[in-house]
Design a protein around this ligand. Sequence first.
Ligand SMILES: NC(=O)C1=CN([C@@H]2O[C@H](COP(=O)(O)OP(=O)(O)OC[C@H]3O[C@@H](n4cnc5c(N)ncnc54)[C@H](O)[C@@H]3O)[C@@H](O)[C@H]2O)C=CC1
Ligand SMILES: O=C(O)CCC(=O)C(=O)O
Length: 449
Amino acid sequence: MLKSEYLQHVYTQVVTRDPDQREFHQAVLEVLESLDLIVDQHPEYEKHGIIETFVEPERMISFRVPWVDDNGQVHVNRGYRIQFSSAIGPYKGGLRFHPTVNLSILKFLGFEQILKNSLTGLPMGGAKGGADFDPKGKSDAEVMRFCQSFMTELNRHIGQFVDVPAGDIGVGGREIGYMFGQYRRIRGSYDAGVLTGKGLSFGGSLVRTEATGYGLCYLTAEMLKAMKGESFDGKTVVISGSGNVAIFATEKAAQLGGKVVALSDSNGYIHDPNGVNLDVVKDIKLGRRGRIKEYVDAVPGSTYTEGFRGIWNVPCDVALPCATQNEIDEEIAKTIVKNGAIAVAEGANMPCRPEAIRVFQEAGLLFAPAKAANAGGVATSGLEMSQNSMRYAWPFEEVDRRLKDIMTTIFHNAYNASVECGVPGDLVVGANIAGFKKVADVMLAQGLI
Ligand SMILES: NC(=O)C1=CN([C@@H]2O[C@H](COP(=O)(O)OP(=O)(O)OC[C@H]3O[C@@H](n4cnc5c(N)ncnc54)[C@H](O)[C@@H]3O)[C@@H](O)[C@H]2O)C=CC1
Ligand SMILES: O=C(O)CCC(=O)C(=O)O
């Protein structure tokens, strides 16, 4: 129950309108609980209907995506783009191709994206999209035909000043390349800034591939230093997932002196007490698109266990969930605390359930929420857009330095906002308030609608 009647009314309306959208309710409630601490000092939010406007997407697009498999069989998937907010810039956010994709998941992701993008300090609104298509087990030609069909519809809704999609689960460099090619063919113009995460030879930015994982570690390192006088050096790290975010978080955590001992995929997890060999993981996941269990064939002394949640039984100092939403529940959180962790930072979007976050905070662990901790990906997408506008490409070190500065600033802005709200160190509240205030002020400045 929220203290503010106004916020409770907004939340009730959200639930009543779409009773089945549980992930969306969860994301909205977390933000409203933070706003509950400040809404009394801002009567203008209620007077101008800012919060009920903020929780309703500006536009939701849904379309069919027909495609033909290698045997000539026709399949029809459903595609979406949720254009949630364009208050501070063009809609911006990833595309997810996964069989679980539905409106609830995409609305929660699009909603979080507004606040995350605001935290980066760059002029980007919030969006998310995707399809209930499963790229797993499909040939390159099938993925290409799917991406072309998806873009045949999506192209009319996007553009460098309108909406700029990028990757997410199931959408990486290969898929962005196929979609960019189709956009260019249909539109007949080389609008490089229409997608981010592109190949380096057609407008992509150095560091975008690494950015979410690297940024997660930069923010975690700053949090460890500022709040505990600690660093990654000598720490044992467990990272769930083994996709884009997990792989490059592993790389950066190791560069900063940490030892990553476990990784997972949706089937199970590997444990390597000597520290995972990332070349082997990259070969399996990025080279062959294989399963994480293949790791044990290449690395003696490592083990594989079925069931992806079991990874959290492996003791660690720093936990970085980088797979998918709602992976860590209350019981798992208690195990992580019992095993002696000092910090948890979310690389995936909303990987921890609210009860789990409460367990971490009550036990005094440092906790960095996704909208701050994984903002490095979209921040670097913003830097890709800047380079596309300039028709220029910065060197790796330049983009990496800007990414590190952005992540450090996000940590301090969230921390300072938590202090101002009277809950010092609660980065959930800090990130929500710091992200929200900027968007709300712009909505007021630009007038309603
Ligand atoms: N790619 C990016 O730049 C960004 C991604 N994220 C988030 O990071 C998370 C991971 O995304 P990526 O690494 O890009 O995707 P990916 O497609 O490269 O990898 C996804 C990983 O999660 C695992 N996974 C998927 N569903 C799972 C399930 N139900 N149970 C256990 N594991 C599962 C997969 O096996 C794979 O290892 C997602 O929550 C995504 O929204 C957040 C910010 C930016
Ligand atoms: O780079 C982007 O635009 C999107 C990144 C993303 O999907 C996310 O931050 O969850």
